[in-house]
Design a protein around this ligand. Structure first.
Ligand code: URA
Length: 241
């Protein structure tokens, strides 16, 4: 990538400001000023300094977040806060986007990536990437629901693939359960429970493919994925042996 484009991709400045900064010698690559805006850089390796400040120049990043309730999963929204608002602006600038969606009131693990192909493949219908949710629902859950989930529930516009329902607590008023699904259709878990006569009161995602939500990650907190986690995700997406 060209140096001037690197600066704009990172959201450091506009293209024309970048050219100015570069020509003035205010942009250093690997400990030396680089005065040529067209010089080619290696974004994941080269060390960048702008106006004597180190800038993290990586444009291929992957994030895991503990999504809190009350926040939309969207790139942006005119009125409501989105998950992107919980990340520093550079992540939006480099195109780090959520993989799939969690409803506004759902909490739990949400993965972001700048890799469009990885994002797309993880969501592809034919790719069975398991997601595990913990749900609190109205009414008593029992064998009837376990069997209905296992058989594949007929919903209004599609039949859900067989899913595993494990009842954790069954009460007359509310029950708690763990659900494993490979699909990720809109409101899927809520609709599956609704089809068996239960309303979801709380929904939390514990696992996305090979990644489990870390217990140290508080609601609203996030971190970058490790190289090992990225490899596991790429493997789940069929992009790595
Ligand atoms: N299923 C739902 O109903 N909601 C979510 O947020 C995720 C899965």
């Amino acid at each position: 990538m060209r140096l001037d484009r690197w600066l704009t991709t990172l959201g450091v400045c506009s293209r024309s400001e970048g050219k100015d900064l570069i020509r003035k010698g205010a942009v250093w690559v690997n400990a030396a000023p680089q005065r040529d805006p067209t010089a080619l850089v290696e974004t994941e390796k080269d060390q960048l300094r702008v106006r004597d400040q180190a800038v993290d120049g990586r444009i291929l990043r992957h994030v895991v977040m503990h999504k809190p309730a009350g926040i939309l999963t969207a790139a942006r929204d005119r009125k409501q806060p989105t998950v992107m608002d919980l990340l520093p602006p550079v992540y939006g600038a480099i195109g780090c986007m959520p993989v799939g969606r969690l409803d506004k009131d759902t909490t739990g693990i949400l993965v972001f990536t700048c890799d469009g192909e990885l994002n797309h493949r993880l969501l592809a219908p034919g790719r069975h990437v398991d997601k595990i949710y913990e749900a609190e629902v109205t009414g008593r859950l029992g064998d009837r629901e376990v069997q209905a989930f296992a058989a594949g529930l007929a919903l209004s516009d599609f039949t859900a693939q067989p899913a595993t329902l494990e009842v954790l607590e069954a009460g007359a008023e509310t029950s708690r359960a763990r659900v494993t699904v490979a699909e990720g259709k809109f409101h899927q878990i809520k609709r599956m429970f609704s089809a068996t006569g239960h309303e979801v009161r709380r929904l939390h995602r514990l696992r996305f493919g090979p990644l489990t939500l870390d217990s140290e990650l508080a609601e609203g907190a996030w971190r970058e994925l490790t190289a090992e986690e990225v490899r596991a995700l790429r493997q789940a997406a069929g992009m790595e042996e």
